[in-house]
Design a protein around this ligand. Structure first.
Ligand code: G3P
Ligand code: CA
Length: 290
C-alpha cells in the first residue's frame, strides 16, 4: 500500500499536479545584520516600546520579538513561558490577556544597580504582537521567535495571517521585512509550508561544542535560510560548514566589541545584541579600517 501511495505521489508530482516544495529564499549577503535582541534591551526593559524605539533610532536592522499566546488566543511579546504575578508563577497560556496586563515588565529591569533604571518605565506593560505591528508598521524589520510552539497549536498559521494582514510578507524590499526563528524544526517546517517566501532561522544552543554536521545542515537548508546559535560555540570551521550548506549564521547574544571582532573575522553574517549602538559603532570603525 505504501509503495502504491509513493507511486501515485510520484506520478502526480511528475505531471505537475503536486507543487514541488519551494526552496528557502537566501538572505542577502550584505549588510551585516544587527538584530536588536528583545529591542535595545541593555538600555530599556526587554520587549517594550522604549526598547524597540531605541533599537530603531540606533539603526538596528531588525527588532527581535519572542512570541507567546495567552489563554484567550492573543499573541504577546515577552521572553518567558511564565511570569510572577502576586507572588505566584503563572504560565502565559493559562492566563488571559487581561490578567497579563497586570504584569509590569520593568520591575526586573529597574533594579538599583542598573544605571539605566528609570521610573519612566514603571507603567509599561507586555505588548501584544498587534500593538507592536501597529506602532512600528513598516518602519523597521521584524525577527520573530516562535517560543514553545508545542504549547500553542496553530500559532504558525495565526502568525502568518497576522503578518499578512499587515502586508509584511512577500514584499520586494532589499531586506526581508520579516524573518522567523525557532528552536523547533517542526514549527519552522510548518511556517515554510505556509509561507515559503519568508526566510527562517533554525536556532540552536550548545553547551561546549556545536554538533552540526554538513548532513544535518543540508537538511536544515531545505526549509531555513540560516541558523542562530549561541556565540560561545562559534568557530571558523562552523561558519564555513554553515556557509557551505548555503545557510547564513547569526550568533547570540553579542555585547562585547572583542567578541564581535573575533566573530567577524570568522565570517559570520550578523549578530543578536542588546546594545545595537555599540555594535554599529564598532562595525563602522571596522569598515573604515578595511
Ligand atoms: O532568538 C535568539 C536568542 O534570542 C535565543 O535566545 O533565550 O534570548 O530567546 P533567547
Ligand atoms: Ca529570542
Amino acid at each position: 500500500m505504501k509503495v502504491l501511495n509513493v507511486s501515485i505521489l510520484l506520478i502526480l508530482f511528475l505531471s505537475g499536479c503536486v507543487p514541488a516544495v519551494q526552496q528557502p529564499v537566501p538572505l542577502p549577503s550584505e549588510p551585516f545584520l544587527v538584530i536588536a535582541h528583545r529591542g535595545a534591551s541593555a538600555y530599556a526593559p526587554a520587549h517594550t516600546f522604549p526598547s524597540y524605539e531605541l533599537a530603531i533610532e540606533m539603526g538596528a536592522h531588525y527588532i527581535e520579538l519572542d512570541l507567546h499566546r495567552t489563554k484567550d488566543g492573543k499573541l504577546v511579546v515577552l521572553h518567558n513561558d511564565s511570569i510572577e504575578l502576586n507572588g505566584h508563577e503563572v504560565e502565559i497560556d493559562e492566563i488571559s490577556s487581561d490578567v497579563l496586563s497586570a504584569f509590569k515588565p520593568a520591575e526586573e529591569f529597574n533594579q538599583p544597580t542598573n544605571e539605566y533604571a528609570s521610573q519612566k518605565f514603571a507603567s509599561l506593560r507586555v505588548p501584544s504582537l498587534e500593538q507592536v505591528l501597529r506602532e512600528f508598521g513598516d518602519q523597521t524589520n521584524y525577527y520573530i521567535e516562535i517560543k514553545s510552539p508545542d504549547r500553542y497549536p496553530g500559532i504558525e498559521r495565526q502568525l502568518i495571517d497576522q503578518l499578512s494582514d499587515h502586508h509584511l510578507l512577500d514584499r520586494d524590499d532589499p531586506l526581508p521585512k520579516v524573518i522567523i526563528q525557532s528552536f523547533s524544526s517542526d514549527s519552522l517546517k510548518e511556517v515554510h509550508a505556509l509561507s515559503p517566501g519568508t526566510p527562517l532561522i533554525q536556532l540552536y544552543s550548545f553547551k561546549k561544542k556545536a554538533k552540526l554536521s554538513p548532513a544535518k545542515l543540508k537538511k536544515v537548508s531545505r526549509y531555513a535560510s540560516g541558523i542562530g546559535v549561541n556565540a560561545s560555540v562559534v568557530t571558523e570551521h562552523l561558519v564555513n560548514t554553515v556557509h557551505e550548506s548555503g545557510l547564513a549564521i547569526h550568533p547570540f547574544t553579542v555585547n562585547e566589541i572583542e567578541q564581535l571582532s573575533s566573530l567577524i573575522s570568522m565570517g559570520i553574517d550578523g549578530v543578536f545584541t542588546d546594545k545595537p549602538d555599540l555594535i554599529i559603532t564598532s562595525l563602522n570603525q571596522h569598515k573604515s579600517l578595511n
